[in-house]
Ligand binder design. Structure first.
Ligand code: ZN
Length: 400
């Protein structure tokens, strides 16, 4: 038996006038999903436990089968795993953005101009982080380069009690009220201020300014967390698993859970991602002995954040394409079970994640259902309600 999860990040949404009163999932042309829906178990699933934020970290952990209440220790540690940081007990991982702040002298008067430093390239960023590392690392603080503007700092025997603010939450605002505070606050603020000395005249930044791009003027810290300890996926569920994703966070979950996380060339997490590349790598995972493959697609979420309704419809049609190609392949390989689900909703009108239950669909080639449901937010309301995301894998493994 092969197990496949097709995860459309942020795919669930609300009904919209511009879509004739339908949701993007209802509106999109999805012939492959439509064919299997009447043979599948469909319902709503609650992937975000009460009291937790509807982040992709929390929601994907849940769908992969790890109760976030027990296993979630912050986003940055999962990203740290994905960039190869070997966290020790007592270490705190802190997400370190390269950001653009405005030019006032007093740090408290500066404005958060750009939380991504103009979506700086990985090559430029790694030079800058290298310079920051050389100037600011010591026995207590060490810096690690990641992807684009997303990097990591490890604090030896640190604390998560420092009050930190995600920079994308304060775009365009004066940062005085959002500087690090509480335990370690002064130390982290000092690192931010000293990073400017390293970065302001760095050739990479001078070149960016010359080309009209936002320079990376400072580092900015947020999202601190302790070393995650995920039980090994194979020991927990008896399946050899792989996660295919363009997103660091998902790779981190895979590494933490002892699952494979193969690279896909051209995987970007956007509409222009290498969809066929993901399909090919998924097939290769099955062929090399994986029982469980999780294909994560970020594009519907991206479009949700951008408020791009037609992009989201298109992204869902791409998800359906992946479903179609994978089903064609799996039908030649014997019995299989396939789950289609978002991790959370990213409604276009909100441009951010929400925590409400989302529609899942489970198709078992060996035991087709004879329901009558379509796969969307509306019909799923009359199906079986799953009170946690981990019940997805429980239901996948049921033979009845
Ligand atoms: Zn997500």
């Amino acid at each position: 038996m092969k197990y496949l999860v097709v995860l459309g990040d942020g795919m669930a949404d609300y009904k919209m006038d511009v879509l004739d009163g339908k949701t993007p999932l209802e509106y999109a042309c999805t012939p492959n999903i439509d064919r299997l829906a009447p043979l599948s178990q469909i319902g709503l699933v609650k992937t975000v436990p009460d009291g937790m934020k509807p982040g992709s970290d929390v929601a994907n952990l849940s769908v992969i089968g790890y109760a976030p209440e027990k296993y979630y220790s912050g986003r940055s540690p999962l990203e740290a795993l994905s960039i190869g940081v070997d966290m020790q007990e007592g270490d705190i991982a802190v997400r370190t953005n390269l950001v653009t702040l405005s030019g006032e002298d007093d740090i408290a008067n500066k404005t958060m101009v750009d939380y991504s430093a103009g979506e700086i390239s990985t090559a430029e960023a790694s030079e800058l982080i290298k310079a920051v590392k050389e100037a600011l690392s010591d026995d207590e603080f060490s810096f690690y380069a990641g992807v684009s503007y997303r990097h990591c700092m490890i604090i030896k025997n640190g604390t998560t009690a420092t009050h930190l603010t995600p920079p994308h939450d304060i775009s365009g605002r004066v940062i005085g009220d959002y500087l690090p505070s509480g335990e370690y606050g002064d130390k982290l603020l000092s690192l931010i201020e000293r990073s400017h000395e390293v970065l302001k005249n760095h050739p990479v930044n001078l070149e960016r300014i010359k080309n009209g791009k936002n320079p990376a003027t400072h580092v900015w810290f947020w999202g601190a967390g302790t070393k995650p300890s995920l039980d090994n996926f194979e020991e927990k569920y008896g399946l050899k698993g792989a996660v295919i994703s363009a997103v660091d966070l998902l790779k981190g979950i895979a590494i933490g859970a002892g699952m494979a996380s193969p690279e896909v060339e051209g995987a970007t997490g956007t509409l222009s991602t290498n969809w066929d590349g993901k399909i090919e790598v998924a097939k290769k995972c099955f062929e090399s002995g994986c029982d469980y493959v999780y294909i994560h697609m970020e594009a519907p979420d991206e479009c949700g954040h951008q408020g791009d309704v037609w992009g989201k419809v298109k992204a869902i049609e791409k998800v359906d394409y992946v479903v179609g190609e994978m089903v064609k392949y799996l039908e030649t390989q014997g019995d299989f079970t396939m789950v289609i689900t978002p991790d959370h909703a990213t409604p276009i009108v909100k441009k951010t994640h929400t925590a409400e239950p989302i529609p899942y669909m489970i198709y078992k080639s060996a035991k087709p259902n004879n329901g009558i449901l379509k796969y969307n937010e509306t019909d799923a309301q009359s199906g079986e309600y799953l009170s946690s995301g981990q019940l997805i894998i429980t239901k996948m493994l049921e033979t009845k």
